[in-house]
Design a protein around this ligand. Structure first.
Ligand code: C2E
Ligand code: CA
Ligand code: CA
Length: 730
């Protein structure tokens, strides 16, 4: 039959001599018929099949059993090109050691145990695949003309799919379906080594969820699992096809973004991730909210090999968390010092608490109608023996990272209540309560204790909470709010407009007051009026909900006017007063009435960052040293160069590969003002950085010294003293 005919052309197949080895009848090479019987038996046994093609790789023979097994009539298979019937497996296993079948055939290579997939699986097969392992030899005639392939095949579907499942398990997180640490590591490693020679960039983002543990503990592990899956889906939505997302374990996620190093875009992406992860979740009809912090490191700038990059992204993540959660940070070289600095501060803070080096200062909240003080907000200060006064912006986040915040918070509540007892009854005291304190089970007890020991009436105590208290599981949060209301204390929503700003918080929680964040006041005098409109809208909203509004951070008369015209009835800001010591408060109270006249500059000037940083200024092929006096997104003030005409094009070297092209807009003595060609972007830590950096490879190449071709055109001088900077700005 068919096999017989075909394989007769194989050498040695042909005659039919019988042979005996003693009593055993063996089949000799010459016994073609019996050899064919064996082949037939082999085919029928289903252990394997035989196939053959012509010189155009069209199938001219295939075992009938094979066709049966493929559920295809043999006529559909015969005469088809082999590579149309079978595909090389490429994506699924990640193992691409097999060259494509097509390549092997056209190269007339020997095919050895190649795994291929039957390409004609139909719809009825419901996505099931048939996997074969095939082997084959090219066949040539005597004059060396290629005749086609002769080969064998066997079905390996069961074993192969098991292998696929195993390798999936080994590479993917079974809970979220995201890549696991192993896969992310492998991937990062291979990208970085490939990109090293191609000098391409790759960004690594580390994420860690804030308050996940709390949700897990209160709502239970299945709820925690559900939450992690929802986070994974949200991350996929934001990141899309731009990169690969992995879950490293627990509530730690990682994202690899090849070919993306624009820190403007990365900052936007990080903010989007933070926002989307911070939206409330529904888990079994319950509500939960978490946050996330994001650390970013970019290769090759922040690390060339895998371990460096991971370590630096981790450092950035750590800094982001310490910066007050819900933030992103880019890695920068000073983060290493920052970590050490924080450790020292944490130690110092423990001492400060024990040795009563913490103080509360009180900033008045004034009623605009009659300039009367209605509340004092308690703001904490740390009198450091060597460093002088340290602000809460620095030490509160450190306290929040450790258990210290609860002790410090309890101390502040007690102290503020006691101090307030010495003020007129018409004046309230406001105390900041951090989210970490809010979630602590002792909060109600601590507040009760502070009220009882001081004797302060509960409605004279106002607790200032930020939106981050809503992180965690909804029910526990509702319970805490209920208990606080039962105590009779007032509640204010602080920094409104900066955080998650979900209006549902306002509906669900019993606030007496909203405090409009200072950032809106900062920009309320801008021409576009956007911030002014937002202030008006927040005041309208809180009126409608029967709440009071305090507008924070009014410094100048032009701001006061805008804010008042938008309906602000309570204002807290330097235009009335900075925070005062209790001593000063008592002294003022003794001297006179409780009203304060506004006093401050006529017009608000946008904050300039005083930086005093050494930078390089490059012009032609000369590099000058200079001092950067201040820096904004669009320009800088530079000290130390004489004779630079207005309109000169310069390049500033801000360090770490940050080169900025700029033009001189003003020059006076050794001071020049420059405007940047492209604006800087936020570095996530309140500072600024360039979108792009010059890669260390190029920097290394450029460091090869060569003699300048021209004479320097400007004169480098020592930086002038501070006061002339002010003159220059006016
Ligand atoms: P906050 O609750 O938003 O407090 C208002 C901050 O704005 C204070 O900064 C205050 O000095 C500042 N400020 C007020 N008016 C103006 C103004 O017109 N212009 C400018 N530029 N700033 C103004 P401070 O005292 O450095 O406190 C920073 C943050 O630290 C506070 O922000 C609060 O979140 C936190 N904090 C302060 N004391 C405590 C405390 O006892 N416990 C906790 N948990 N956090 C505290
Ligand atoms: Ca506050
Ligand atoms: Ca505030």
């Amino acid at each position: 039959m068919a096999v017989a005919k075909l394989f007769r052309s194989f050498p040695g197949v042909g005659s039919s001599d019988n042979a005996r080895y003693g009593s055993v009848a063996v089949i000799t090479a010459n016994d073609a018929n019996r050899r064919l019987e064996v082949l037939d038996d082999f085919e029928h046994a289903g252990i394997g099949w035989l196939w053959a093609t012509d010189a155009e790789f069209r199938l001219i023979y295939i075992s009938e059993n094979a066709a049966e097994k493929l559920s295809r009539p043999i006529e559909e298979l015969l005469a088809q090109p082999l590579n149309a019937l079978f595909e090389t497996d490429s994506g699924t296993s990640g193992d691409r050691s097999d060259r494509p079948l097509n390549f092997q055939l056209t190269a007339r290579n020997k095919i050895v145990d190649q795994t291929v997939r039957f390409a004609l699986n139909s719809k009825q097969d419901e996505g099931r695949h048939t996997w074969w392992s095939i082997s084959g030899h090219p066949k040539f005639d005597k004059s060396g003309n290629f005749q086609g392939y002769r080969g064998s095949a066997k079905d390996i579907t069961v074993e192969y799919e098991r292998k696929l499942v195993d390798s999936r398990l080994a590479e993917f997180d079974s809970l979220t379906g995201l890549a696991n640490r192993h896969r992310m590591d492998k991937k990062l490693e291979s990208i970085l080594s490939a990109y090293k020679s191609a000098k391409r960039s790759c960004t690594l983002i580390m994420l860690d969820l804030d308050r996940f543990k709390h949700v897990n503990d209160t709502l239970g592990h299945p709820a925690g699992d559900d939450l992690l899956c929802q986070v994974a889906r949200r991350l996929e939505r934001v990141v899309g096809a731009r990169g690969e997302i992995g879950r490293l374990g627990g509530d730690e996620f990682q994202i690899i973004l090849p070919d993306l190093d624009d820190r403007g875009k990365l900052g936007e992406l990080a903010n989007k991730i933070i926002q989307i992860v911070s939206q409330p979740y529904t888990i079994d009809d319950k509500r939960a909210t978490i946050g996330t912090s994001v650390g970013i490191a970019i290769s090759p700038y922040d690390g060339i090999d895998k371990l460096d990059l991971i370590h630096n992204a981790d450092l950035a993540l750590y800094a982001a968390k310490n910066g007050g959660r819900g933030q992103f940070r880019f890695y920068s070289a000073d983060l290493k010092d920052e970590a050490e600095e924080r450790r020292l501060l944490e130690e110092g803070l423990r001492d400060a608490l024990a040795n009563e080096l913490l103080e509360l200062h009180y900033q008045p909240v004034v009623r605009t109608e009659d300039n009367m003080v209605v509340t004092f907000e308690a703001l904490m200060r740390w009198e450091h023996p060597e460093r002088g006064t340290i602000g809460p912006d620095v030490f509160v986040p450190i306290a929040e990272e450790s258990d210290l915040i609860n002790q410090i918070g309890a101390w502040a509540l007690n102290k503020a209540c006691q101090d307030a007892m010495k003020w007129p009854k018409s004046v309230r005291v406001a105390v900041n309560v951090s989210a970490a304190q809010f979630a602590h089970s002792d909060l109600i007890y601590i507040v009760t204790h502070a009220l009882e020991t001081s004797g302060l009436e509960p409605n004279r105590l106002e607790l200032e909470l930020t939106e981050s208290v809503f992180m965690g599981d909804g029910e526990t949060i509702d319970d805490i709010f209920r208990a606080l209301k039962e105590l009779g204390v007032r509640l204010a929503l602080d920094d409104f407009g900066t955080g998650y700003s979900s209006l549902s918080y306002l509906r669900s929680a019993p606030f007496d007051k909203i405090k409009v964040d200072r950032t809106f006041v900062d920009s309320c005098t801008q021409k576009d009026q956007n911030s002014a409109k937002i202030i008006a809208a927040i005041i309208g909203l809180s009126d409608a909900l029967g709440m009071e509004t305090t507008v924070e951070g009014v410094e100048a008369f032009d701001q006061l006017e805008v804010v008042k015209s938008k309906g602000a009835r309570f204002i807290q800001g330097w235009i009335y007063s900075k925070a005062l010591t209790q001593e000063t408060v008592l002294h003022r109270l003794k001297c006179g009435d409780l009203s304060i006249e506004p006093d401050g500059p006529e017009r608000h000037r946008p904050e300039r960052r005083s930086v005093f940083r050494r930078i390089g200024v490059i012009h032609d092929d000369h590099r000058y040293d200079a001092l950067m006096r201040n820096l904004s997104k669009t320009g800088a003030l530079i000290d130390g160069l004489l004779g630079v005409p207005e309109g000169t094009g310069l390049v500033l070297d801000l360090g770490g590969g940050q080169l900025v092209v700029c033009t001189v807009t003003r020059a006076q003595d050794a001071m020049i003002a420059v405007e940047f060609e492209t604006p800087l972007v936020s570095d996530g830590a309140g500072g600024l950085c360039t979108r792009h950096r010059v890669s260390p490879y190029i920097l290394a190449a450029a460091a090869i010294p060569g003699a300048p071709h021209t004479k320097p055109q400007f004169m480098q001088v020592a930086a002038v003293s501070g006061h002339s900077v002010m003159d220059f700005q006016d």
